[in-house]
Design a protein around this ligand. Structure first.
Ligand code: G6P
Ligand code: MG
Length: 212
């Protein structure tokens, strides 16, 4: 039934979700905002400025647009330091096998990450050419949970959303997939990813034939 699989990147294919977490935590704590894994869960899949707004909502002071841009830039520089030494060794277990299985089954493969660093990460991992289409986050107006990014990937792949399977580790990402009218495979904890059609702990449990 599926004709395309559209993957999220951070936290699905590689553990950059942890690097985003570390970079946001340092920023939040410098601004006097308590930051933990539970709060971070709400930031997954949310774009840079949207994430910053969620963090600064917990601060005692207010920030000008200029100050917010400076903080977002500082977070991004820290994040880029953290990803600078990434390589194929940072692919999560099962990621390459999952991509190869989808390719072997003759399905199209898309990547839908709102990260403006996604192309850099794909290059470092050495998997850019495994995707038929990678959404350019700079061209996306609405962050997840809005369906725009998954719908854009489907359109560019030339596949109707009802024939797409989306793969996500984030609550906002699963919501984006479901709002796009696609089938959602969650990666992580079923108690967190309650809207997913199926949840597996990690991509090394990926079995395309189970989802047809
Ligand atoms: C992904 C991650 C988020 C991150 C966002 C923007 O959605 O899950 O944690 O904030 O991308 O990333 P960027 O690299 O553009 O700051
Ligand atoms: Mg993610």
């Amino acid at each position: 039934r599926f004709k395309a699989v559209i993957f999220d990147l951070d936290g699905v294919i590689t553990d950059t979700a942890h690097y985003h977490y570390l970079a946001w935590k340092r920023l939040a704590e410098a601004e006097g905002v308590h930051f933990d894994e539970a709060f971070n869960e709400q930031l997954k899949g949310i774009d840079r400025m949207g994430s910053l707004d969620l963090i600064l909502a917990g601060a005692k002071r207010t920030y000008s647009d200029e100050q917010k841009l400076a903080l977002a830039d500082a977070k991004n520089r820290h994040y880029q330091e953290l990803i600078a030494t990434m390589s194929a060794a940072d692919l999560l277990p099962g990621a390459v096998d999952a991509l190869a299985a989808v390719r072997a089954a003759g399905l199209r493969i898309g990547l839908a990450s709102v990260s403006k660093n996604a192309f850099t990460v794909l290059e470092r991992l050495g998997i850019r050419d495994r995707f038929d289409y990678v959404v350019d986050a700079a061209l996306i107006a609405h962050s997840k949970p809005h369906p725009e990014i998954f719908l854009t990937a489907a359109r560019e792949l030339g596949v109707d959303p009802v024939h797409c399977l989306g793969v996500e580790d984030a609550v906002a990402g699963v919501a984006s997939i479901k709002s796009a009218g696609m089938w959602a495979l969650g990666i992580g904890n079923p108690d967190v990813l309650t809207r997913a059609d199926r949840v597996i702990p990690a991509l090394d449990g990926f079995k395309l034939e189970d989802y047809q």
